[in-house]
Design a protein around this ligand. Structure first.
Ligand SMILES: *Cc1c(COP(=O)(O)O)cnc(C)c1O
Length: 376
């Protein structure tokens, strides 16, 4: 018999999503414009405390517009988190600028303030800093913001994975000049695909909407004085997003329970360390992960193989950007003298199934399977 598939993180729909999508159908608002788009922007603003928001077709589109609005162009440097998904830094290259990769620190796996300082010594005038909150755990924002402010460099917060996570009581995504969220299928809430750009700067968000709708100048005919994009969110997707937003707090609660269950289950295995959580914030626990002690004879591959045997999905940690062939020529600043934290996390870490639909029996099977690999 085929074993039941256990997912890493898959969409979870509730009642309101269907209602809002039905409403879009009933009113024929099947377009990248409409009442759900406007309402979703307002509701994300209200939830996060970000003053203004623009609903877009992807988180990547949001990063791209943030980069554009900050005037990043050829010859510019942009400091980016090294341990992340490539979508964090690709938009820097869309604008022909150069990403400079900043290593992780071991306490949260996010951008190292020490490595960031080193990068400023060599490149004192970057155009922006793109800081990620990996797996839903806030970065050391006080330290990073202080460095950015001292150097008068704007920060873009890539909060694609961390919607609903807070740092010292304030939502991630609302600290930088710009924040971005993703509603891709595997994120904590989803619109199937989509993103949001947020800022305190009303003009900037208005300009983002303009660029996202092909940069049409105000005129009866089609008049263009700039290059635009087709980056707006569909009214159907925004309906899904409005429904999902109502369950965001529930999703975070269930994600935390998954993390706590793993942490308790592996507490007696000294070779296993769960992904770190910043004590200065509340993570959203989007993905639970673990790191295996370098001294252990067990490798992440062995764990992932054992899980795959049981039809359980798991995944390596993001492969750091400085190790990607496409970014081989980009500068990199390590947190340490030798090697790097991000490379160690990649080498010894893995992401565990964190799907909120997984049952207690599923969790028991996952835990039992992993414990067996460690001989317990
Ligand atoms: C998912 C993700 C993105 C990209 O978001 P999309 O909506 O898929 O374009 C960017 N950065 C990080 C860190 C992500 O995890």
């Amino acid at each position: 018999m085929e074993k039941k598939k256990i997912w890493l993180a898959s969409p979870t729909m509730h009642e309101w999503e269907k209602k809002y999508v039905q409403e879009a159908f009933d009113t024929n608002w099947i377009a990248p414009v409409g009442p759900h788009v406007n309402a979703f922007e307002k509701e994300v603003s209200a939830y996060t405390g970000a003053k203004y928001a623009a609903a877009l077709s992807a988180g990547t589109a949001a990063i791209h517009l943030a980069v554009k609005l900050l005037g990043v162009g050829e010859g510019d440097y942009v400091f980016c988190s090294a341990l992340t998904f490539s979508a964090s830094c690709n938009p820097v290259c869309y604008e022909n600028a150069t990403p400079v990769f900043i290593d992780s620190e071991p306490d949260t796996w996010n951008m190292s303030p020490e490595a960031l300082e080193k990068a400023f010594e060599k490149y004192p005038n970057p155009k922006a800093v793109i800081c990620v909150h990996l797996y839903g755990t806030p970065a050391k924002l006080d330290e990073i913001m202080e460095i950015c402010q001292r150097h008068h460099v704007p920060m873009i917060e890539d909060a694609a994975e961390s919607l609903s996570a807070t740092y010292k009581g304030k939502q991630t995504g609302t600290f930088g000049k710009f924040g971005i969220y993703s509603f891709n299928g595997n994120k904590i809430i989803t619109t199937s695909g989509g993103g949001m750009l947020v800022s305190e700067d009303e003009d900037a968000i208005e300009r983002a909407r303009f660029l996202a709708t092909q940069a049409r100048d105000p005129a009866r005919h089609y008049e263009h004085s700039q290059i635009g994009y087709n980056y707006r969110m569909s009214n159907v997707d925004a309906g899904i997003g409005r429904g999902q937003l109502k369950s965001l707090d529930l999703h975070r609660k269930l994600k935390k329970k998954i993390y706590d269950t793993y942490k308790a289950a592996f507490a007696d295995i000294p070779e296993i360390m769960m992904n770190p959580i910043n004590p200065d914030g509340e993570a959203n626990y989007w993905l639970s992960g673990m790191m295996i002690s370098p001294e252990s004879h067990i490798t992440p591959d062995q764990v992932m193989d054992a899980l795959a045997e049981e039809n359980i999905e798991s995944r390596p940690v993001w492969k750091p950007m400085q190790l990607q062939p496409v970014f081989a020529d980009c500068p990199f600043f390590s947190h340490r003298e030798e090697g790097s934290v991000s490379e160690d996390v990649f080498r010894y870490g893995l992401c565990l199934p964190s799907d909120i639909k997984n049952t207690e029996e599923d969790m028991e099977l996952i835990i039992r399977t992993i414990r067996k690999v460690f001989g317990t």
